[in-house]
Design a protein around this ligand. Structure first.
Ligand code: PGA
Length: 256
């Protein structure tokens, strides 16, 4: 039993039309819309944020975006600002997902700007970090994760740090069906906790949630969620279906 409330976040990625998104969120709300023991966040694509948000009204499920731009407004074709997300009552935003780092060349410095802007706008960043297979095989996992955590959290105050959520997502486990072993995951989570202690002090670091992400499913979730420093999950594939997402929420509730 941890003092940190577990968090299950669904990253829907580039899936679901608005109509499909509404159908999914209605089922999710019907099943777990009153759960308070675990925090639940759904992150639909931009086009479905507003209509999904409307269906979340009156439930405990929160709304998150999958990305945002650090500028407040202006000539940034195709981008969305923190203020725009706040205006439709989003509370969370995924930042630095490995797909954005890989396909859109996002750097730690750019992600850091977004983290600071999100926090300034009362949006809780879900900051993704994690190593590639080559990095794991060459033994540089902890070094890579340390660089990402430190660079992306540069300038974050102790006061705002408790609003940050970290998601440790080994890139080789995302969408591949290859889940990290509980020992591999816990090792990196404990390491991230030690970095957070150095950055913000023990009291603050003990309040920051560190999620695991990468092929998390109802079958492997209980063991992962039982680890001391695993405070929830960032779920891709298994968040696209009501049954598996609800089962993951229930696993988090059971893990306490
Ligand atoms: P996955 O994705 O659960 O499909 O592996 C996780 C993520 O990319 O956030």
């Amino acid at each position: 039993m941890s003092s940190r409330k577990k968090l299950i976040a669904g990253n829907w990625k580039m899936n679901k039309t608005s109509a499909d998104a509404v159908a999914l969120v209605q089922e999710i709300v019907a099943e777990v819309g009153r759960v308070t023991e675990t925090e639940i966040v759904v992150c639909p694509p931009f086009t479905a944020l507003e209509c999904v948000g409307k269906k979340l009204e009156g439930s405990t499920v929160k709304l998150g975006a999958q990305n945002m731009h650090p500028e407040a407004s202006g000539a940034y074709t195709g981008e969305i600002s923190a203020g725009m997300l706040r205006s439709i009552f989003a509370t969370h935003v995924i930042l630095g997902h490995s797909e954005r780092r890989t396909y859109f060349h996002e750097t730690d410095q750019f992600i850091n700007q977004k983290v600071l802007v999100a926090l300034k706008n009362q949006l809780k960043p879900i900051l993704c970090v994690g190593e590639t297979l080559a990095e794991r095989e060459s033994g540089s996992t902890l070094k890579v994760v340390q660089t990402q955590v430190e660079a992306c959290l540069e300038g974050v105050s102790k006061e705002l740090a408790t609003s940050v959520v970290i998601a440790y997502e080994p890139v080789w486990a995302i969408g591949t069906g290859k889940v990290a072993t509980t020992a591999q995951a816990q090792e990196v989570h404990a390491f991230i906790r030690s970095l957070l202690i150095k950055l913000f002090g023990d009291a603050v670091a003990q309040k920051i949630r560190i999620l695991y992400g990468g092929s998390m499913k109802p079958a492997n979730a209980p063991e992962l969620l039982a680890q001391k420093d695993i405070d929830g999950g960032l779920i891709g594939g298994a968040a696209l279906e009501t049954r598996s997402f609800v089962d993951l929420v229930n696993a988090a509730v059971a893990a306490g």
